[in-house]
Design a protein around this ligand. Sequence first.
Ligand SMILES: [Fe+2]
Ligand SMILES: [Fe+2]
Length: 172
Amino acid sequence: MQKKQVYTRISAIQGLAFNSLKQLISWSNDFKVDQPQIDTQHESLFKLAVEASELSRSPADKDKLITKFEEFGILLDEHFRDEEDVLVEIGYPMLKGHRAEHKALLSEFKFIRQRLSTWGGEPAFQEKAFVVLNFMLGVTVGHILHSDVNYARCMQKDLLKQADICLPDDGP
Ligand SMILES: [Fe+2]
Ligand SMILES: [Fe+2]
């Protein structure tokens, strides 16, 4: 099922020209959630995704791309733990669902890393590079710019004391 999920999403990224992809995953200060540690980690994840997109252009960079992907996964794991600590601290009402998203992304990462360990010769490069970039796109544009934005709104709500901006999910 996970394999299907990964390969279904690839088709979306295959249509993107390199420059539009790079533009899509370029960091902007507008993405900040106003929590310095989290913002630094988000920015680093976007930066690693841009670097990976550059490495995905030539099969000669295959090993560097794998190393970049590993680096991305290590930071992602650390970031999710730190972010969940912050969400506990602010009493984020949708923590359960957010944690589940983190868990799904980490298991997708492990699945892809395992597949990359059997990476074949040059003909397979483009396909595998797409899998890597697709995952990074899912984390940056898919998760950080959508799901993380929701808790940023709740943090602001906390400051503004507006109770109706974020709604709880079905439990802690
Ligand atoms: Fe995040
Ligand atoms: Fe998150």
